[in-house]
Design a protein around this ligand. Structure first.
Ligand SMILES: NC(=O)c1ccc[n+]([C@@H]2O[C@H](COP(=O)([O-])OP(=O)(O)OC[C@H]3O[C@@H](n4cnc5c(N)ncnc54)[C@H](OP(=O)(O)O)[C@@H]3O)[C@@H](O)[C@H]2O)c1
Length: 239
């Protein structure tokens, strides 16, 4: 193992900008060694250097396109080789490929794209890293979902995004159940309507740091924390 922090190693996907970048920053601030991943390796390197600069934090860049199974396999192999440890996985990478598209006039290519990144990407990556997470004494998985994926209160429009996040929430339930006896805490988080490249154009005003805080809370839960839940700002949301 290379450099080690007191709190272990955390991998965040889609962490070159937006909520993922801020989650990476907050985890580094708490003493985690952060594997800051992005599909563009140069952007990952730039963001990792910016976050680490002058802080003493260990933030390492990792190239990872979650929509590409080969990229997932290569990244998992790299993490297994160095640092050879993983305690926290934050599946944050996401796209809104069909915001505002009508469910009665769907674009199936856009639905497929949303599923590839938001659902298959998170699921494939989790399974690729499960062996390492199983070696952790306190494994945590946070799936960054959305209230738009809650079936109980689901409305219309944006079918690809909604279905992909509902599927991600189902993955949270399935894995939290099957891994319950192994010390895992697996939860979904809705960051709220946050002022990022994704939320900003639609008028979101919530600061990025506040949207990230509820995700970091789930990533750093104590052993008696919840599992199989869906939370926004630390409060339960209907699945
Ligand atoms: N903002 C909101 O109001 C809001 C509300 C509810 C849920 N969320 C969820 O929160 C998460 C983060 O959203 P955000 O607001 O920070 O969005 P954002 O500003 O658009 O950032 C999205 C991030 O995901 C990355 N990404 C996209 N496709 C990827 C892929 N195939 N592989 C790896 N990374 C990929 C992007 O990388 P590139 O720079 O390479 O594109 C970027 O780093 C998403 O899952 C989103 O659905 C956001």
């Amino acid at each position: 193992m290379s450099e080690q922090s007191g709190n272990g190693v955390a991998l965040v996907t889609g962490a070159n900008r937006g909520i993922g970048r801020e989650v990476a920053r907050q985890l580094a601030e708490r003493g985690y060694e952060v594997l800051l991943s992005a599909r563009d390796g140069e952007k990952a390197s730039a963001a990792a250097a910016e976050l680490a600069e002058g802080t003493g934090a260990v933030v390492r860049a990792l190239t990872l396109d979650v929509a590409d199974p080969a990229s997932i396999a290569a990244a998992a192999e790299q993490v297994q080789a160095d640092p050879g440890r993983l305690d926290v996985l934050v599946n944050n990478a996401g796209i809104g490929s069909d915001f505002g598209v009508s469910g009665v006039d769907p674009d199936f290519d856009k639905i497929q794209a949303a599923l590839e990144t938001n659902f298959y990407g998170a699921y494939r990556l989790t399974i690729a890293l499960l062996g390492l997470l199983r070696k952790s004494e306190h494994p945590r998985i946070v799936n960054v979902s959305s209230g738009m994926g809650g079936v109980a209160e689901m409305g219309g429009w944006s079918p690809g995004y909604r279905v992909s996040k509902a599927a991600l929430n189902a993955m949270t339930r399935i894995l939290s159940t099957e891994l319950a006896g192994e010390g895992f805490l697996v939860n979904s988080a809705c960051p709220g309507f946050v002022n990022t490249d994704m939320g900003g154009p639609m008028g979101a005003k919530k600061p990025v740091k506040d949207g990230a805080a509820g995700i970091v809370w789930l990533a750093t839960l104590p052993d008696d924390g919840p599992t199989g839940g869906f939370f926004r700002d630390g409060k339960p949301v209907a699945f």
